[in-house]
Design a protein around this ligand. Sequence first.
Ligand code: PDD
Length: 286
Amino acid sequence: MSDVVYLNGEFLPLDQARVSVLDRGFIFGDGVYEVIPVYSRHAFRLAEHLKRLQRSLDAIRLANPMTDAEWVQLIEEVIARNPGEDQSVYLQVTRGAASRDHAFPKGARPTVFMMSGPLVTPGREAVENGVAAVSAIDNRWLRCDVKSVSLLPNCLLRQGAIEAGAEEAVLFRGGYLTEGSACNIFVVRNGTLLAPPKDHLVLAGITYDVVLELAARKNVPVEVREIPEAEARGADELWLTSSAKEVLAITRLDGKPVGNGKPGAVFKIVHQAFQEFKRDVMRRAA
Ligand code: PDD
């Protein structure tokens, strides 16, 4: 839970932050967001998160209410005002409050909200044993590259996974792997790391890019291409990546073991590289 939040120009305690019930974020899910991991009080890959925010805003035709320099300053202030060395900053921009009409309102002021809570990365048990996932049909819209606050399909897919005793849903559309309900998915087959392309059917994950960079650095062969469902189901290793989960092995899919049912050799290389990389980046920033 965030101690101090930012809302439309003010810092205030979370329980005092109020938005209008006519806010288009509330009425239509008309807004975009970012989740930025913070290690040792430094926002990780902040420039990349701000670039993606700009792409999401452009896609929904909403003018960015702030410059990147202003975002950086605000994000740093939210981090400074909240406890904890490692945090998870959530920011959201909506089209603002206006009388209910699907068409864009004239002259509405965007709502800008930001909060920060503890960053909860996977514990030792999850890293050592991996997690379970279930497969599901990707029934979301065709602009999954937009980090939209309209997350009802993602919520339904995640809830389905939880009710099946799993952590995540691995999504397939038209016979191909897309991503998870709140993460990207990678496949390892015969020592090669396979990643679905960053097109309109997946969110261009910031962690996805980090993982591909680290794989290249560790000389893991990488192929970015469409992955047929059968190839994903026959994977030696399956991974999920996100700002909160970092990189985590999926060791059961639909109740069956993935590979030998344990986090694989390639996972271990990249997971270790991720932990080292994080420490290096933060040491240099300090
Ligand atoms: N989710 N795909 C989807 C659908 C996501 O929601 C996310 C992140 C990702 C991974 O992106 P990144 O590596 O930049 O975190 C992929 C965030 C964490 C969330 O909604 O809470």
